[in-house]
Design a protein around this ligand. Structure first.
Ligand SMILES: Nc1ncnc2c1ncn2[C@@H]1O[C@H](COP(=O)(O)OP(=O)(O)OP(=O)(O)O)[C@@H](O)[C@H]1O
Ligand SMILES: [Mg+2]
Length: 294
């Protein structure tokens, strides 16, 4: 049903004129481990949400700018402002670093809008080192102060493979968290570390930590028995540690995903059977997102 009817978000607010004001839900794909599929899953889930009628904004928060590249934006070779300037401009104390740009100048419009990243984003931590306002809340406050939340149904944030200040900012700004992981011997430690960081955020008391919407096993090699048993034991541990944490059906290592990625296309741009299965899997992620109420 979700395929054909656009649902109104539970968090949409009616104003005094009875008009519905949007209130975007902010979701991030995050894991401090590199190469687990954060960018690939962000990109395709954004397309899946768009395809069922939602208005979607992607924000690239990774200085590597891989998500921007998937949208054909090469910020490494351009002087154009990106998310870094918007974040800096939103901090009053950093007046000397401010530029003219606001988010409407920076967002690149399309079927899915995107605020790109660029290399300067890696200097974020240093740039805000001396400010008095809370450093973990720069992104959250930027989203709240601008009209961005009112302009979209969903905001999908792609994260860098670290646990530094950028990622803490993402975790404070997001309400929903998707955790892709590769079920190898190192991932248990990584996942429990990530959950500790979520608890730390709650402890800081400045923002609520996001709800974990799904753990997503990715790049699973169906032919390797070891991975199958690693996955089983990780799922078991996650369930014991976190009681009700959802672990979705694994995404297998698929040549078709590599192909669409290389062509900068989503899995919905293809018709063959391989892609059909992937489309079904991404639609399932949409169901999880739509059924979740903040
Ligand atoms: N299920 C899959 N099957 C095949 N290839 C995949 C799959 N998921 C991701 N990939 C490929 O693996 C590589 C890493 O994926 P991706 O860039 O999405 O990971 P990431 O977590 O964003 O990495 P980083 O931490 O560097 O940002 C990419 O080349 C991507 O095309
Ligand atoms: Mg990435």
């Amino acid at each position: 049903m979700g395929m054909f009817f656009k649902q109104r978000n539970s968090s949409d607010k009616e104003n005094v004129f009875g008009q519905v004001k949007k209130q975007a839900k902010v979701i991030t794909f995050l894991n401090q481990k590199g190469g687990v599929g954060k960018t690939t899953l962000s990109f395709n889930t954004a397309h899946a949400l768009k395809n069922v009628g939602h208005k979607v904004l992607c924000i690239d928060m990774d200085p590597q700018s891989n998500l921007s590249l998937l949208f054909n934006i090469d910020s490494t070779n351009s002087e154009a402002p990106h998310i870094f300037q918007l974040l800096i401009n939103s901090v009053k104390e950093l007046k000397t670093l401010h530029t003219e740009s606001n988010w409407l100048d920076v967002v690149i419009k399309g079927d899915i809008d995107i605020i790109p990243a660029g290399q300067e984003l890696s200097g974020f931590e240093l740039s805000v080192a001396g400010i008095n306002s809370p450093r973990p809340l720069v992104l959250k406050r930027f989203l709240e102060k601008s009209k961005i939340l009112e302009s979209y149904d969903y905001i999908i944030i792609d994260s860098p493979p670290t646990l530094g200040l950028l990622v803490v900012n993402i975790l404070c700004a997001a309400e929903g968290l998707m955790v892709p992981f590769r079920p190898d011997e190192f991932s248990k430690k990584g996942l429990s570390h990530l959950h500790e960081v979520l608890l730390d955020i709650e402890d800081m008391g400045v923002a609520a930590a996001p709800s974990v919407l799904a753990h997503i096993p990715n790049l699973v090699d169906a032919r390797r028995k070891q991975e199958g048993s690693d996955l089983k034991s990780i799922v078991k541990d996650l369930k014991e540690d976190l009681k009700t944490v959802p672990v979705v059906e694994p995404f297998y290592n698929r040549a078709s995903l590599v192909k669409s990625h290389a062509a900068k296309k989503s899995v919905y741009d293809y018709n063959s059977k391989d892609f059909k299965n992937l489309q079904i899997q991404f639609n399932q992620l949409v169901n999880i997102i739509e059924e979740w109420r903040v």
